[in-house]
Design a protein around this ligand. Structure first.
Ligand code: NAD
Length: 294
């Protein structure tokens, strides 16, 4: 895989100005990571409070670096200026690469990608941080599908080294190369994978969540399952991980997986994960999921 990534890196056009659409858990994390490694990033959302939350999270992460004496307060202030929060597409004309990180809903993503394609230059690379939606499907409505691929970060962005770069049928080598190069500039380890529901990591992770949900529905104590999986060697158990991921994101992602692999992923009736979502227990994003947060 390493070999493949460096092959792509050789053909990369420079990625100097970037943008992220969505200032949520992932968008905020992507903005922080890009800013921290020195690539300016415009962070666009449709809600003021989302922008505020994204910036707050970035400030918190930079402040930790200052506490650990890895940054001075001056360096922190300078790095923060790399994040340019906005509610408009005003600055998008000069952007080399965009990461779309809005909600995991194909219709919303279609609308946002079509909209942003009209705001950027012909050479701008568009990428999506979708967890599960097919890149070929998202490319369908685009005028320049060759400039589009997946750029799938993991949560929390600043800690998780892997980035899946997903190549659609029409994605050009140049788009893959630029995306691989940007992932590396952000200090990440990119792997280039083909398009399928869930790509590589979530194709493995979501059946695991499904197994967890099934256990809970059969009466297992979720905290006990978490403890067992931690003892097994995972850094956190499935319930806690679902709270980190967001129950809404997990439900939407699972729907896409079930559509793609109906025989393996579709279930009759409501799963424990769906019940949590129906009861507005979204995880850490609204302070209540399997666990309660302060
Ligand atoms: P989130 O709900 O925390 O954030 C989504 C943000 O998008 C919100 O702030 C919302 O206001 C904004 N938004 C909605 N419509 C918009 C528009 N038209 N323009 C700009 N902003 C808009 O969601 P998230 O967890 O950050 O997930 C974002 C994407 O990243 C999803 O595709 C998800 O599948 C993917 N992802 C999530 C995780 C995870 O663990 N949460 C991990 C990897 C990938």
């Amino acid at each position: 895989v390493k070999k493949k990534a460096s092959k792509y890196q050789k053909q990369a056009q420079p990625v100097e100005q970037t943008a992220v659409l969505g200032a949520g858990i992932m968008g905020g994390g992507i903005a922080y990571q890009s800013a921290s490694k020195g690539t300016p990033i415009v962070m666009k959302d449709i809600k003021d409070d989302a922008i505020e939350l994204g910036l707050k999270e970035a400030r918190k992460l930079f402040a930790k670096q200052v506490e650990r004496k890895k940054l001075t307060t001056e360096q922190m202030a300078e790095k923060l200026t790399n994040i340019r929060p906005t509610l408009s597409y005003g600055d998008f004309g000069n952007v080399d690469l965009v990461v779309e990180a809005v909600v995991e809903n194909p219709k919303v993503k279609d609308a946002v990608l079509t909209e942003v394609e009209g705001m950027v230059s012909e050479n701008t690379i568009l990428t999506s941080n979708t967890s599960t939606i097919s890149i070929n499907r998202l490319a369908q409505n685009l005028k320049r599908p060759e400039n589009f691929c997946g750029m799938h970060f993991f949560n929390p962005v600043h800690r998780m080294p892997l980035v899946e770069v997903i190549r659609g049928e029409k994605t050009s080598d140049a788009a893959v190369a630029a995306t691989v190069a940007y992932a590396r500039a952000m200090g990440k380890t990119p792997i280039v994978v083909n398009d399928c529901p869930g790509f590589l990591v979530n194709r493995v992770l979501f059946p695991y969540f499904g197994g967890f949900s099934f256990l809970v529905e059969q009466g297992a104590d979720f905290q006990h399952v978490d403890k067992v999986m931690e003892k097994f060697g995972w850094p956190m158990g499935p319930a806690y991980l679902l709270d980190v991921v967001g129950l809404d994101t997990a439900v939407h992602a699972n729907e896409v997986m079930a559509e793609g692999f109906p025989d393996r992923m579709a279930r009759d009736g409501k799963t424990a994960i769906q019940v949590m979502y129906d009861n507005d227990r979204l995880g850490q994003k609204n302070d209540k999921g399997f666990y309660a947060y302060e």
